[in-house]
Design a protein around this ligand. Structure first.
Ligand code: HEC
Length: 196
C-alpha cells in the first residue's frame, strides 16, 4: 500500500515535470515579446520538480515511519501473544500437576482403606488368625478391631521390650523386632479395620 502511494506520487510528479517541460516547449515557439517568459519558465518547472521531489520525500518519510510503526505494533502484539500463550501453557501444566496429585491421593486412599493385608501381617496370622480373631497361643487378647492407636502403641511397646501381659512379651518382641514404623502403621491400619 505505502509503496503504491509512493509510486503514484512519483508518477504524478513526473507528469507535473513533464507538463512544465511542455510549457517550456510551448513558450519557446512563441514570438519574441514572450521571450522574457521563456527564461522564467525553466525556473518555474524547476520549482515544480523541487516541490514534487519534496512531496515524494515527505511521502517516503511518512511511509517508512508508518512501516516502522506497524512493525512496532506487530512486535508488541507478538510479545503479548507469546506472554498469553506462556501463561496458558503454565496454567495447563498446573492443572495437570494438580490432577496427577489428586489421582495419587485417591490411589493412596484406596490403598490404605483396601482390605488387602500388608505382607508383614502374614506371619502374625499364624498365631492371631488371618482375620485377627484368634487368641494367640490361647493367651493374647483378640487384636481384630482394636483401635489403630492402641495397636500401634502395643506393637511399639513389644518392640521396645516394655510390654508383657501374659508372660509372652518376649515372644512378641521377636515377632515385631524387624518391623519399621511404616510396617507397624500398615499392620495397625489393617488389623483395626478387621471385624471383631
Ligand atoms: C508365635 C505366635 C505369635 C505371632 C507369630 C505373633 N504374635 Fe502377637 N501375640 C502373641 C502372644 C502370645 C501375645 C500375648 C503377649 C503378651 O504376653 O503380652 C501376643 C500379643 C499381641 C498383641 C497385643 C494384644 C493385646 O491387646 O494385648 C498384639 C497387638 C500383637 N500380638 C500383634 C502381633 C503382630 C502385629 C504380629 C505380627 C507381626 C504378631 N502379633 C505375631 C503371639 C504371637
Amino acid at each position: 500500500m505505502n509503496r503504491l502511494t509512493v509510486v503514484s506520487v512519483v508518477a504524478t510528479s513526473l507528469l507535473l515535470i513533464g507538463c512544465g517541460q511542455n510549457k517550456q516547449a510551448d513558450t519557446t515557439t512563441k514570438t519574441t515579446p514572450a521571450k522574457t517568459e521563456v527564461t522564467s519558465t525553466p525556473s518555474k518547472s524547476q520549482s515544480v520538480a523541487e516541490k514534487a521531489t519534496k512531496a515524494v520525500e515527505a511521502v517516503k518519510e511518512s511511509a517508512s515511519s508508518a512501516v516502522a510503526k506497524t512493525a512496532e505494533i506487530a512486535k508488541e502484539a507478538t510479545k503479548e501473544a507469546k506472554a498469553k500463550a506462556t501463561k496458558a501453557v503454565e496454567a495447563t501444566k498446573e492443572m495437570a500437576t494438580k490432577a496427577v496429585e489428586k489421582g495419587k491421593e485417591v490411589v493412596a486412599k484406596a490403598t490404605s482403606t483396601s482390605s488387602k493385608a500388608p505382607a508383614q501381617f502374614a506371619k502374625c496370622a499364624g498365631c492371631h488368625g488371618k482375620d485377627g480373631k484368634m487368641k494367640a497361643l490361647g493367651k493374647s487378647e483378640i487384636i481384630a478391631g482394636q483401635s489403630k492407636a492402641d495397636l500401634v502403641k502395643k506393637i511399639h511397646e513389644y518392640k521396645a521390650g516394655t510390654r508383657n501381659v501374659a508372660g509372652m512379651g518376649g515372644l512378641m518382641k521377636g515377632q515385631v523386632a524387624g518391623l519399621s514404623d511404616a510396617d507397624i502403621d500398615a499392620i495397625a491400619t489393617y488389623v483395626s479395620g478387621l471385624k471383631k
